[in-house]
Design a protein around this ligand. Structure first.
Ligand SMILES: Cc1ncc(COP(=O)(O)O)c(C=O)c1O
Ligand SMILES: [Zn+2]
Length: 404
């Protein structure tokens, strides 16, 4: 039995849940909607330790199509040390850097690859700023599908090595993410490839909703006050909002309208922040992004104007931060909470710090900062800044003489 259908985000035309992603009448994006109604909390006491715990609100019809590499249900850490440093009593880190491929992208990629299986596709692919490549390739490996990656050639080497290790065909594009995206879209259409973040996008974005489900679940089905979210295409921010809305619709959460949402982008590629600050919902693309937060280097964000809409719905804020602020924040998070993030996580923390400086967060507000990628994927950004280790002979006296 079909539990889902598609609905145009713009004109609300509905479609059956097929392999399509744009509205035939207005070219708007299609969103997944659920027929499911809940009479009780199905998730409570459910013994599943991946994001598939929330199966009824995910767009897979037949459970046998699920491709699961064990991601999700990542820790929500009470950040007492960082909180003390910033003067916040209720700061939490949603640490999604510990997913199986070490970024939150396991969520959307896992759902999209499962849907590709449900559609009987033999090949999946993606356009990637780095993390989606590995997430798609790993799920394709587990699901026994072929995988084709398009990514700008200048992304971090560990991300390239990781993605190729899963057996994907990896094309490094001599251009930007937007170039990679255009190529992936054309090849996907011509060769009936399920490009997870393009022609499977309606299903793909559903995966990131589980970040909202998990946070609500981990807070004991409570509604947080602030969410600080790193933004590239804007798909994740939009999906997290959809997730909270769905929980309210099925009465698992009370009023979610008081959540405050902040979009965090790196200076050098902050088209959504620029639009927010200029009070417009027209996003002016950045032709040549320039930032160490390469995973957020999306000059023409697909969901940009929907992020602006979400920010006006949820008392929103948008801010950027420069490379030095990103690096300082990576180090601050590591030194206070023992969590090592890639620059995208540094962007979240840097914007959180600005919000505290601007007195936008009350010290007792429940604040969730999303850390979406692992520091080991991007060590180069710190290489020249972190002190080099002292080299010593294996001799105790000599070692004691050079120790701090
Ligand atoms: C680590 C990390 N965080 C955040 C994002 C932003 O996600 P979105 O493009 O859905 O806005 C990305 C995108 O690639 C990412 O890799
Ligand atoms: Zn439409």
């Amino acid at each position: 039995m079909q539990k889902i259908f598609l609905e145009c985000r713009e004109c609300k035309t509905t479609y059956s849940a097929d392999f399509k992603y744009v509205c035939e009448s207005c070219f708007g994006p299609l969103d997944v909607k659920y027929d499911t109604s809940f009479t009780k909390n199905l998730f409570e006491n459910r013994n599943v330790d991946t994001y598939w715990k929330y199966f009824e609100l995910l767009p897979i019809v037949d459970k046998s199509n699920i491709v699961d590499i064990g991601s999700g249900l990542t820790p929500l850490i009470k950040a007492t040390n960082l909180g003390a440093e910033l003067g916040l009593n209720n700061l939490y880190i949603k640490n999604d850097s510990v997913n199986t491929t070490f970024s939150f992208k396991d969520r959307p990629a896992g759902v999209a690859v499962s849907k590709a299986k449900e559609f009987n596709l033999s090949t999946v692919g993606c356009a990637s700023t780095g993390n989606l490549a590995s997430a798609t390739a790993a799920h394709a490996a587990k699901g026994r599908l072929k995988c084709l990656i398009f990514a700008p050639k200048n992304i971090e080497q560990p991300k390239i090595t990781q993605a190729i290790s899963y057996g994907a065909e990896y094309i490094a594009i001599d251009g930007t993410y937007d170039d990679s995206n255009r190529i992936a879209a054309q090849i996907g259409d011509q060769h009936k490839i399920g490009v997870v973040n393009i022609n499977l996008r309606s299903y793909y974005t559903e995966g990131s909703k589980t970040l909202a489900f998990e946070v609500a679940d981990q807070l004991g089905w409570d509604v947080p006050d602030h969410l600080v979210i790193p933004v590239g295409s804007g798909a994740m921010l939009n999906s997290i909002c959809k997730g909270f809305e769905e929980l309210e619709n099925i009465s698992l959460l009370k009023d979610t309208s008081n959540i405050h949402i902040a979009a965090a982008q790196p200076y050098g590629c902050a088209p959504i922040v620029n639009a927010f600050k200029n009070k417009t919902n027209t996003i002016k693309p950045i032709e040549y992004p320039d930032t160490i937060a390469k995973s957020l280097a999306i000059g023409d964000p697909g969901d940009g104007r929907y992020v602006i809409k979400r920010l006006s719905q949820y008392h929103g804020y948008a801010e950027d931060c420069n490379n030095n602020e990103i690096i300082d924040s990576i180090i601050l998070l590591a030194k206070t909470e023992g969590i090592f993030t890639e620059p995208a996580g540094g962007v979240s923390i840097a914007v959180l710090r600005k919000m505290v400086e601007n007195k936008m967060i009350d010290k007792n507000d429940q604040t969730i900062c999303f850390i979406t990628g692992n520091g080991l994927k991007s060590p180069d950004s710190l290489f020249d800044i972190i002190p080099k280790p002292k080299i010593a002979q294996p001799n105790i006296e000599k070692i004691l003489s050079i120790m701090r």
